[in-house]
Design a protein around this ligand. Structure first.
Ligand code: ARG
Length: 295
């Protein structure tokens, strides 16, 4: 496995918005100018690639495949911890075709020594990768979203597989169809989240585990900007062009924001985190984040 911050991206060669499986997806807007949209998407992808490198990541770029436009969101392809990847099972037929090419991509990473193991989940459940199973480095556990896409039982399967605690949070709306749309743990122990996305019971669980001074509540405007869907490394945060609220809130806590115009991908319901997958996550609790989370 690799231990330096490394992120997988998938090139947008075959990206488009041609179907709708979440309320943000807008095929009609795309269809008005497909060539211009694709050009903008390519440019946005390159800006994201550069911002991630500037933030300190090594980037692994994999090819997409024709007819599978949402492969540009590798956060949904697998859950990776300690060099072990568990491949996703997609809920919608529109994305199921990604399972085979992604298996090839992960197998290739294994052969190159970046991963140690590539496995699949037990049959009979859906699980959409790190988009719905987010590693909290400071607390040393996963947070799993379930409801719109991933199944509740998938959280238990992940816990058994990785032998780590998984805190399952039920998503109450189609707008926040993956956990990463509305929930983001940060290196200082803070959790950025959008309260209306969760059921009452899940909100209680979340708040019981994250003390008030570490909870950053996102507004609907923050959510619409896809800024909760952020990539964090130490004090660096790579995100979509964001709101004055989050600039002040995160800046005030010492985070350095790298904002990228990802509007062509927001048209598919995705932001920065969705477009990435960390390959180097390890279950060792980082000292700084652990101390902050415990404080
Ligand atoms: N169009 C994609 C879908 O609906 C977007 C996925 C975004 N990924 C994420 N992790 N939120 O599946």
């Amino acid at each position: 496995m690799i231990t330096t911050p490394t992120i997988l991206l998938v090139e947008p060669t075959f990206y488009d918005v041609s179907y709708s499986i979440n309320p943000w997806m807008d095929p009609a807007s795309w269809a008005r100018d497909p060539r211009g949209m694709h050009r903008n998407a390519t440019r946005a992808f390159e800006s994201l690639h550069a911002a991630l490198q500037q933030a300190g990541f090594t980037v692994e770029a994999a090819p997409g495949a024709p007819g599978l436009p949402d492969m540009v969101f590798p956060a949904n392809a697998a859950v990776v911890l300690d060099g072990r990847a568990v491949l996703a099972r997609f809920r919608y037929p529109q994305r199921r075709g990604e399972e085979v090419p992604f298996e090839q991509i992960f197998e290739n990473l294994r052969q190159r020594g970046l991963l140690d193991e590539v496995t699949t989940l037990p049959e009979g459940c859906y699980q959409e990768g790190a988009g719905d199973c987010i590693w909290d480095a400071g607390r040393g556990h996963f947070w799993a979203g379930f409801g719109p896409r991933s199944s509740r039982v998938a959280a238990d399967a992940m816990s058994a597989h990785f032998d780590r605690e998984v805190v399952a949070l039920e998503l109450a709306t189609e707008q926040s169809y993956h956990l990463d749309v509305c929930f983001c743990p940060l290196s200082g122990g803070e959790v950025l989240y959008y309260p209306p996305a969760f059921t009452e019971a899940s909100l209680r669980d979340l708040r019981a585990r994250v003390p008030a001074h570490l909870r950053i509540e996102a507004t609907e405007d923050d959510l619409r900007h896809f800024s909760v869907n952020a990539v964090n490394l130490h004090d660096q945060v790579v995100m979509t062009r964001t709101t004055p609220h989050l600039r002040a809130e995160l800046g005030g806590r010492g985070y350095h924001l790298r904002e990228v115009d990802l509007s062509p991908f927001m048209l598919s319901g995705g932001g920065a985190y969705c477009m990435t997958l960390r390959l180097d996550r390890s279950s060792g609790v980082t000292a700084a984040a652990g101390a902050a989370a415990a404080a």
